[in-house]
Structure formats: C-alpha cells, structure tokens
Design a protein around this ligand. Structure first.
Ligand SMILES: C[S@@+](CC[C@H](N)C(=O)[O-])C[C@H]1O[C@@H](n2cnc3c(N)ncnc32)[C@H](O)[C@@H]1O
Length: 223
C-alpha cells in the first residue's frame, strides 16, 4: 500500500473536517442547520438502506438482531439513523477530527461504536462478526484502486457467511484526475467491479448505476 495515499487521505479529510465538516460530508449546502443535516442522513438511510431490508436481513432476521459496519461514517450523519434500525453499529473513519465530531454527535446512543481506521484495513475488527457492511459517498473519494481492493478483502473477512456489503463508488470512468486527488476518487468500471469481487471472494449479487457517480454494488459473502 502506498503510504503517501493514506497520509494524504487522512490529512485532507482532517483539514476538511476542521474547516466545515458538515459541508464536506454533504456538499449540498455550505451552512447546514443541524436538524436539516441529520435529516439528510435519515433520507439517505431511508432510500439506500430501508428499501433494501430483504437483501440485508435475508428474510431471516430482524434488523435489531444484526450488527452493521459503516465505512467512512464521517460525523455520524447516517450513523444516528442506522442505530435506530440495527442492533449494533460500528462506524469507521480515517479522520480523527471526523471521529471526534461523530463521538459528540452520537454520545446519547448506546449501540454505536466509533473506530479510527488506518484508511485501508479493518485492523482490530473481529473476523466473521458483522451481518451487513455499508458505505455511501466515501469510495467515490478514494484515489487508489488498491485501497478499495484492500477494503473489499477486509470487509469479506469481517462479515459473517451470508453477509452483504452494499457500497457506492464513482462510476464515471472518463473523469480526469490525479493519483493523490482525495476528492475525485478512482472511477470504478464494471470490469473493476468484477475484479474487486473476485479478488476478495465476494459474489456480485447486484449492481446499479454503472457509468454514473452513484454506481452501487451489492457484494455477497456466500454462506
Ligand atoms: C463525504 S464524507 C461522507 C460521510 C458519511 N458516509 C455520510 O454520508 O454522512 C466522506 C467520509 O469518508 C471518510 N474517508 C475518506 N477516505 C476514507 C478511507 N480511506 N477510509 C475511511 N474513511 C474515509 C472521510 O474522512 C469522510 O468522513
């Protein structure tokens, strides 16, 4: 793994979090009203998670029995709502400042755990222990394919057999960018998606939005 990429991701996201975390988390507005900001997270959870409960729960479990992992939790914008749906939620982020603010924003929630990550692995997180992993508007900023590939292998490791990893990547493969750009991330093609799944052991259960900013992938760890 290229340490320059990891260091650049951490320092850029710490800088953004200190400057205006809410704006860099959800750039629709410069000055968010706090309630509106968390409401935007609730809407994203309603659209991207609650509409998908059959795939997530496999028709077997109540979500309250499930343990979920959110990669790139930011300041907890979606984490708050996720904690009302799932039994236990772990949020991981590369930025100390994002995690510090997320801790403040979720201090009233008993079932949320926040972890400062190294930006490419899930070191310290137990294998075969999660039912569902999720990531939204995070991989679209990751500049290197190798970081995504590392995360996919790590998510495969920490999911229980049968578990689902649903995540969104940047799918605009004609975007111009440089290798250390932590805003416009590595664009994932359909071929990349197949390679990511094969390298990590996942089956691609579904994909949607190839070629767009919101390219969603559903990776299943087969039971
Ligand atoms: C645009 S924000 C989105 C936050 C959250 N997913 C949400 O929707 O509210 C992107 C987040 O991803 C985090 N991030 C960026 N690169 C990361 C990496 N390699 N590993 C973990 N987190 C990362 C940033 O620190 C930031 O908190």
């Amino acid at each position: 793994m290229d340490n320059r990429v990891l260091e650049k991701m951490r320092s850029d996201w710490n800088g953004r979090a200190k400057e205006n975390a809410q704006y860099y988390v959800q750039s629709e507005r410069q000055n968010w009203d706090r309630r509106e900001f968390f409401r935007s997270g609730e809407i994203n959870v309603a659209n991207e998670v609650m509409t998908d409960m059959i795939a997530i729960c496999g028709g077997r479990n109540s979500p309250l029995d499930l343990r979920m992992l959110e990669i790139g939790c930011g300041v907890g914008r979606m984490t708050r709502m996720l904690s009302r749906i799932f039994g236990r939620v772990t949020g991981v982020d590369i930025s100390e400042e994002m995690i510090r603010q997320a801790r403040e924003n979720t201090s009233d929630l008993q079932n949320v755990e926040l972890v400062l990550g190294d930006g490419c692995t899930l070191a310290g997180i137990e294998s075969n222990s999660y039912d569902f992993a999720f990531s939204f508007i995070v991989f679209q900023h990751i500049p290197a394919y190798s970081v995504m590939s590392s995360y996919c292998r790590e998510v495969y490791r920490v999911l229980k057999p049968g578990g689902l990893f649903k995540f969104q990547v940047q799918g605009h493969t004609d975007l111009r960018r440089d290798e250390l750009d932590t805003w416009v991330g590595y664009p994932v093609s359909q071929r990349d998606a197949v390679t990511l799944s094969e390298e990590s052991g996942f089956d691609i259960e579904r994909e949607d939005g190839a070629g767009t900013q919101y390219y969603w992938l559903w990776f299943r760890k087969l039971a």
